[in-house]
Design a protein around this ligand. Structure first.
Ligand code: RFL
Ligand code: PHB
Length: 394
């Protein structure tokens, strides 16, 4: 016998978008159920983004999950861009009239949101198998799944597709009703996490003839480093020693000498992609976060865009349930897409400036160098970079 559960909003996916949406809706008294394909331990162990815009921090605060974030998050007032031996400091504070970003891992954001949901005893189904989304053009769309041999059907008013790039929600929209825009880059990022002090206090994004690198962190004692790698590369090819040797050889000299090596505690390869689906609403189904768009991680925008989608979607659902006003629901897709495309542009631009493109000509390399030289010489150009990096307004 299928168990039927009724709710107002069924949320597919317990990543940051699904959990944050659930938390904000519950705070407003809107009933919701989360369905997640993976086990809880798996979701909580994923290592991903690390830089939060102020808008994301404010939203997490509104959701009531900011205690640890305020205590442990590192405020960063700037970062560096390095081209070979030249290091340009981007003073975010000065260039944006006092704005900054917060370094706090997505893993911690997910932990805080999950804990809040469990503490409030709100429904969340982990390890759901064969998740399917149906009847989205009817007033009562459904999410069905099986769990430990039991079949379930969630009957709702709306479904929020927060199930990431490989999820089931976007895939359930007929091809004729959705348009997809995509750019795949001819490289990936190899990332490692290590319990070693970061090479410097602020992040460094670097362009080197051997490829891009990024020096980031999770705390004063935990570093996160990335190297550009080929798409067909395998982490088995990358011993810790090979990783450290490569990173050291790409860093500007004074920093290379300061690099502290140590055993990796996580190592993974991620492909780089730009992707947008339009529209982000089909009948009673909404797409939010990676389910609707992907950016290459160069601009640190993936998680922050997921948060801004959730901002627009939670406002729209609150207006519908609390004020009986559906205008924001009708406008969700176009409102969210405006900000998404600007973040797509920024992430694409920074990716182009900082990576080694194997197929590009010597002309393209000179243009890349000119882009960096222009940035070094123009405060206006630095302002545009800083404005985008701290996050465009909602
Ligand atoms: P998520 O985090 O992918 O969460 C989606 C959740 O949905 C579940 N799911 C399903 N649940 C039920 N039924 C199904 N059929 C389902 N299919 C999938 C998944 O198990 C998962 O729990 O999407 P969300 O919430 O929109 O959050 C977006 C962010 O995670 C993402 O934008 C960023 O992490 C992107 N990203 C990075 N962004 C940065 O800004 N900096 C980074 O360093 C960075 N590194 C990364 C990343 C994304 C990666 N991916 C997607 C593989 C590194 C990786 C490896
Ligand atoms: C990270 O710390 O994982 C990180 C930071 C900045 C980025 C991407 C990833 O642009």
């Amino acid at each position: 016998m299928t168990k039927i559960i009724k709710t107002q909003v069924a949320i597919v996916g317990a990543g940051p978008s699904g959990l944050l949406l659930g938390q904000l809706l519950s705070k407003a008294g809107i009933d919701n159920v989360i369905i997640e394909r993976q086990a809880q331990e798996y979701v909580l162990a994923r290592i991903r983004a690390g830089v939060l815009e102020q808008g994301t921090v404010d939203l997490l605060n509104e959701a009531g999950v900011s205690t640890r974030l305020y205590k442990e998050g590192l405020i960063h007032h700037g970062f560096d861009i390095a081209f070979n031996q030249i290091q340009l400091h981007i003073d975010l504070e000065k260039l944006t009239n006092g704005k900054h970003v917060t370094v706090y891992g997505q893993t911690e954001v997910t932990k805080d949101l999950t804990q809040a949901r469990i503490n409030a005893n709100l429904p969340i189904f982990y390890s759901a198998e064969d998740v399917q989304v149906t009847d989205v053009l009817s007033p009562s769309p459904k999410v069905s799944f099986t769990l430990a041999g039991q079949s379930y059907q969630i009957e709702s008013d709306y479904i929020a597709g927060c199930d990431g790039y490989h999820g089931v929600c976007r895939a359930s929209i007929p091809r004729s009703s959705i348009q997809e825009f995509e750019r795949v880059y001819p490289f990936g990022w190899l990332g490692i996490l290590s319990d070693t002090p970061p090479v410097q206090e602020e992040l460094i994004y670097g362009n080197h003839p051997d490829g891009f690198y990024l020096c980031s962190m999770r705390s004063h004692t935990r570093s996160r480093y990335y190297l550009q790698c080929t798409l067909d590369d395998d982490i088995k090819n990358w011993s810790d020693e090979r990783f450290w040797d490569n990173l050291q050889s790409r860093l500007p000299l004074p920093l290379a000498n300061q690099l502290v090596r140590g055993p990796s505690i996580e190592k993974s390869i991620a492909p780089l992609r730009s992707f947008v689906a339009e529209p982000l609403k089909y009948g009673q189904l909404f797409l939010a976060g990676d389910a609707g768009h992907i950016v290459p991680p160069t601009g640190a925008k993936g998680l922050n865009l997921a948060a801004s989608d959730v901002f627009y979607l939670s406002k729209a659902l609150k207006a519908k349930y609390l004020d009986h006003d559906t205008m924001l629901i009708d406008d969700y897709s176009s409102t969210a897409l405006k900000r998404i495309w600007k973040a797509e542009r920024f992430s694409w631009w920074l990716t182009n400036m900082l990576h080694h493109f194997p197929e590009k000509s010597s002309f393209d390399q000179r243009i890349q160098q000119a882009e960096f030289d222009y940035l070094c010489s123009s405060e206006q150009a630095q302002k545009a970079l800083a404005e985008n990096y701290v996050g465009l307004p909602y």
